[in-house]
Structure formats: structure tokens, C-alpha cells
Ligand binder design. Structure first.
Ligand code: NAD
Length: 356
């Protein structure tokens, strides 16, 4: 099969980690008989330097016409003095909006070999961990009505949490579809004991669950969810939650894994379209030194194969190659232990590609 991928290399370590993900994708293409066509587009700081805008129209048009977007990272000190809406990071919000990316997927995986990097006790994460947080990305309190008003206690500020049935239904479907491809468990996290919007959330999630009889659904209040993530994280398979709760819980879940260089993410639109990127930023402090860990971007490319292209075996091949890399004792600097010399960014890509 042939697939068209719009690639934003971005700034800092972005181009370095993207090159390695592409090496690995090409190895997958060779082994399984697929051709990946890459169209390089500008966004972020590089786009500002070349076009004066962080998200040129051409980038949006090419991204929309592609099957998926793969993105390194954007931003850096060079552009830090620009006003907020002209900064490189604005390109990410623009892409989310233009591409209708309403579901953010953040897996938190603890590889057995990296268990030492987790701040949790070994007995809590023994045997590894594999959770996905599905966060609603375009609704809720971050996008609700906001403002100021006079009260007898002085000026008050407010932000409205609001969800429609349709918004909840579509994010719940993403979570249940994902659970069907995994361990068939969904935990919906809300605050239905207090919030009306959470009661609607819970009702719609239960309705959607009716269409997935094989999936076990449980509901949890967000305060308990935050506790259980560190007390009994193995309880979770797929977590589905609102924008603000997902913002907080996905960061908590990712910290369980201990290393930012290992964390992939996906943002999905209706249908199969998605944008795939590592969770980390452009790491200007190590750009150009060969120290960047490309595994988060390589794993993001694996998510692209799984969730946009439906290539399950090929996606497993990437996850397994990363696992084999770690099992052989290979490490990048950020996850290095013991005396073995860490591999550079490009040596890491070569090695993972060779393990496909
Ligand atoms: P960062 O994630 O870039 O770096 C935080 C720390 O983690 C740094 O010490 C860095 O060296 C290290 N690190 C990050 N990725 C790594 C990797 N792959 N391998 C090894 N070490 C890694 O966060 P920051 O320093 O807060 O932000 C730097 C720039 O990136 C800023 O301009 C910020 O706005 C931008 N940013 C972009 C994105 C994105 O494009 N999605 C996300 C976050 C931050």
C-alpha cells in the first residue's frame, strides 16, 4: 500500500528525531511492502524564519490532503520574545483547529527494562504498565465562555465547563474503539458527584458502552483517578476524560514512565486522520549534539501505523523493535544506566531500524 505523510520537522531536536522515525518507517515499508511518501512542510520557528508565519496556509493545505501528519517539535529561545499569538507553539493550536483534532491519545508505557526510571515502587509496576489516556481536546472549560463580572466580593473571573452530547459521544467512541484493539477496559473519569457536565458525560459514555458489549466500563471520580494512577496503575487500560482532567492526568500518567524521551502521542480527527508527535519539546539545550532520544518519535510513527493506517502487525513490529533495543541493553543518554556508552540519536535510529 501507499501512504502520504505530511512531515513537520520543526525546530531544535525536531529534525533529528524525525530523521530517525523515517529510517524506521522505511525499514517497515521495506519489510512489509508499503511505500511511505513524505511531504516536508513548514511550521513553528523555521516557518517564521522562512515565511514570517508560524503556520503557513500551504502547510495546512498539504496536511489536510495527506493521510497523516508526523511532527517533531516546535519552538526555541530564538522566538521566545515574540508576542504569544506569533510564537512557534501557536502552530500546534492552529493545526489542531484546522485539522479537527478532537481526541488526544497519550500512552504511558513502562518498559520492564526501564522500570528503574519510574518513581513508583517496583512491586507496583512489576511486569510493565500500558495505559492510554484519551483526552477530549477541543471542548470543555478551556474553550467555554469566560469573562469577568462584578460581585459584592469584588471582581470575579469565570470559565465555563460545558460539554454537548455529541462531543462526549465522539470521544467515548474513540476510547471504546481503542479498548477493542487492546485489553477491552475503559475507565471514564469525571466529577459526576459535583458537576452537571460530568453527569451528562457519564450518561453518554454509558450509552456508547452499550454498543461495545465486550468492553468493561467503569467510572471513577477524578480525585480517586489521580490516586489510583499511582496506587494501582495496573487497574487501567484506556482512560477517557475531559480536556482539563485529561491535561492533568496524562501528565501524571506519563511521569510514571520516568522518561520524557520515550513518550509518544497522537491527536485524532473524525475518521482515521491523525497527527503524531512526541510529547517532549524541541529541547534546545541538546539540539545538534546527538544526545536526543528519538524513541518517542519512533513510537509516535508506530501509533500512526496502528491508528491511522490500521497496520497492526507493522505497528507491533515498531513497538517490538524498541523493546528489543532496550532488552539488548542499548540506551540513549537520557535513559542510560551502568557503564555502557549511550548511543547517539542516529545510532539509535539505525539500531531500531535493523531490529524491524
Ligand atoms: P523540552 O521537552 O523540550 O525539554 C525538557 C528537558 O527534557 C530538557 O532538558 C531536554 O533536553 C530534555 N528532553 C526533551 N526531549 C528529549 C529527548 N527526546 N531526548 C533527551 N532529552 C530530552 O521542554 P522545554 O525545555 O520546556 O521546551 C523547549 C521548547 O520546546 C520551548 O520552546 C517549548 O515551548 C517547546 N515545546 C514544544 C512542544 C511541541 O512542539 N509539541 C512541546 C513542549 C515544549
Amino acid at each position: 500500500m501507499e501512504y502520504n505523510i505530511a512531515v513537520v520537522r520543526g525546530d531544535g531536536i525536531g529534525p533529528e528525531v524525525i530523521s530517525e522515525a523515517i529510517k524506521v518507517l522505511n525499514a517497515v515499508g521495506e519489510k512489509y511492502g508499503h511505500t511511505f511518501h513524505y511531504q516536508y512542510v513548514l511550521a513553528g520557528g523555521e516557518a517564521i524564519d522562512e515565511t514570517g508565519r508560524c503556520l503557513p496556509d500551504e502547510t495546512v493545505a498539504i496536511a489536510k490532503a495527506s493521510d497523516a501528519v508526523l511532527l517533531g517539535a516546535v519552538g526555541g529561545p530564538k522566538w521566545d520574545t515574540l508576542p504569544g499569538d506569533e510564537r512557534p507553539e501557536r502552530a500546534l493550536l492552529g493545526l489542531r483547529k484546522e485539522l479537527g483534532l478532537f481526541a488526544n491519545l497519550r500512552p504511558a508505557m513502562v518498559f520492564d527494562e526501564l522500570a528503574d526510571a519510574s518513581p513508583l515502587k517496583p512491586e507496583i509496576i512489576a511486569g510493565g504498565l500500558d495505559i492510554v489516556v484519551v483526552r477530549e481536546l477541543t471542548g470543555g472549560i478551556y474553550f467555554g465562555e469566560k469573562g469577568f463580572k462584578d460581585t459584592d466580593m469584588g471582581t470575579a473571573a469565570y470559565d465555563v465547563e460545558q460539554y454537548s452530547e455529541g462531543e462526549v459521544r465522539r470521544i467515548a467512541r474513540v476510547a471504546f474503539d481503542m479498548a477493542m484493539k487492546r485489553n477491552k477496559r475503559v475507565t471514564s473519569i469525571d466529577k459526576a458527584n459535583v458537576l452537571e457536565s460530568s453527569r451528562l458525560w457519564r450518561r453518554i459514555v454509558a450509552e456508547v458502552a452499550g454498543d461495545y458489549p465486550e468492553v468493561i466500563l467503569d467510572n471513577m471520580y477524578v480525585d480517586n483517578g489521580a490516586m489510583q494512577l499511582v496506587r494501582n496503575p495496573k487497574h487501567f487500560d484506556v482512560i477517557v476524560t475531559s480536556n482539563i482532567f485529561g491535561d492533568i492526568l496524562s501528565d501524571e500518567a506519563s511521569q510514571i514512565t520516568g522518561s520524557i524521551g520515550m513518550l509518544p502521542s497522537a491527536s485524532l480527527a473524525d475518521g482515521n486522520f491523525g497527527m503524531y508527535e512526541p510529547v517532549h519539546g524541541s529541547a534546545p539545550d541538546i539540539a545538534g549534539t546527538g544526545k536526543a532520544n528519538p524513541l518517542a518519535t519512533i513510537l509516535s510513527a508506530g501509533m500512526m501505523l496502528r491508528y491511522t493506517f490500521g497496520l497492526m502487525e507493522e505497528a507491533d513490529a515498531i513497538d517490538n523493535a524498541v523493546r528489543a533495543f532496550l532488552k539488548e541493553g542499548c540506551r540513549t543518554l537520557d535513559i542510560a544506566t551502568g557503564d555502557a556508552a549511550p548511543l547517539t540519536t542516529s545510532e539509535t535510529g539505525d539500531k531500531v531500524a535493523s531490529l524491524i
